[in-house]
Design a protein around this ligand. Structure first.
Ligand code: PBG
Length: 332
């Protein structure tokens, strides 16, 4: 693209920044509550909530409270909610069988939300970590996270979630071949309209720390996830992973974490022209909360700026723990 720019003083860019009205006219990106997917943590029990110390302002919610949150999200214009179960050590086994139990916490919550708030889309997480005794996203044999046996289990997990009524499946496990296997199974079992939002470019990141506290996995995880999540140094690997997942049948793709990886977001959007999402993860949320609680930055302004940056980087939407707060500001 060639842009003709007159030399100064014919060109004075500040002319268009002079008033709020002029700035509004030339604003290139807009943020709306419809851009958000709100991740929520589900716990067992009734009418109860538990604070998550490393994510100030976020609570784990019992299923009835998650239904209330879904009502709230819907009223705010947020189109989707994403469920993460908090599991106790008793739910975690070597065979991860709870992951595909039709009455596990996630599946109970899906049914409850679809019953009460049919007009909100429900997204899920597909990975074995909430139900795995050692905290990994796949089965562990010796010191190896095995791929193909894990994919078979992920298929069972996905079918149970689709059966419960999930609209969007979010495979976050980073096993090879899982998108194709999920898509084939969904077609075969009559779930051809269930969408897959693949965690395609998911990096092995320390920014997930507070999330692992939130779901009770911090103590459980043995070792790290470096043999399946992408090296933060690798851009081309991430683009290949996105291409592969689209080729296997993903409807939408995600880059995760968000802000430190905006270059990848932009490149995915430009190259593939598929619906592209970023996950502003727990560590990103925690940093903004911590700094603003100390009075070091202005909470609302930093929150809104961080979300707008995803739009500027080309994202169609953002998974963010700020979703309801930001939607309230956007709705005035
Ligand atoms: C696990 C999963 C993780 C997140 C979403 N799904 C953590 C991990 O991969 O260890 C992170 C979300 C966040 O940090 O907010 N399958």
């Amino acid at each position: 693209m060639t842009t003709l720019i007159a030399p100064f003083p014919a060109n004075r860019p500040r002319r268009l920044r002079r008033t709020p009205e002029l700035r509004a006219l030339v604003r290139e990106n807009v943020l709306s509550p419809a851009d958000f997917i709100w991740p929520v943590f589900v716990q067992s029990g009734t009418d109860c909530a538990t604070q998550i110390p490393s994510m100030p302002g976020v609570e784990r919610l019992s299923v009835d409270r998650v239904v209330r949150a879904a009502h709230e999200a819907h009223a705010l214009g947020i189109p989707a909610i994403c469920l993460f179960p908090y599991t106790s050590m008793d739910d975690r086994t070597e065979d991860c069988a709870m992951a595909w139990d039709k009455d596990n916490l996630t599946n109970i919550a899906i049914r409850a939300i679809k019953d009460a708030v049919p007009d909100i889309a429900v997204m899920t997480d597909i990975a074995l970590d909430p139900y795995n005794i050692n905290g990994h996203d796949g089965f562990v044999e010796g010191d190896v996270i095995v791929n193909d046996r894990t994919v078979e289990a992920l298929v069972k997990m996905a079918l149970a979630q689709a059966e419960a009524g999930a609209d969007i499946l979010g495979p976050s496990d980073m096993m090879d071949g899982r998108i194709g296997a999920l898509r084939t199974a969904l077609e075969a079992e009559g779930h051809q309209d269930v969408t897959i939002l693949s965690y395609a470019a998911k990096f092995a990141s320390a920014f997930y720390g507070p999330f692992r506290d939130a779901v009770g996995a911090s103590g459980a995880l043995k070792g790290d996830k470096n043999t399946y999540q992408i090296d933060p140094a690798n851009r081309e690997t991430a683009l290949r992973a996105v291409a592969r997942d689209i080729g296997e049948g993903a409807d939408m793709v995600m880059v995760k974490p968000g802000l430190p990886y905006l270059d990848v977001c932009r490149e995915v959007r430009d190259r593939f022209e598929v619906p592209t999402y970023a996950y502003q993860v727990s560590g990103e949320y925690a940093m903004i909360q911590a700094a603003s609680q100390n009075g070091w930055v202005d909470h609302d302004r930093v929150m809104m700026e961080s979300l707008m940056c995803f739009k500027r980087a080309g994202c169609h939407g953002i998974l963010t723990y700020f979703a309801p707060q930001a939607a309230r500001i956007l709705n005035g």
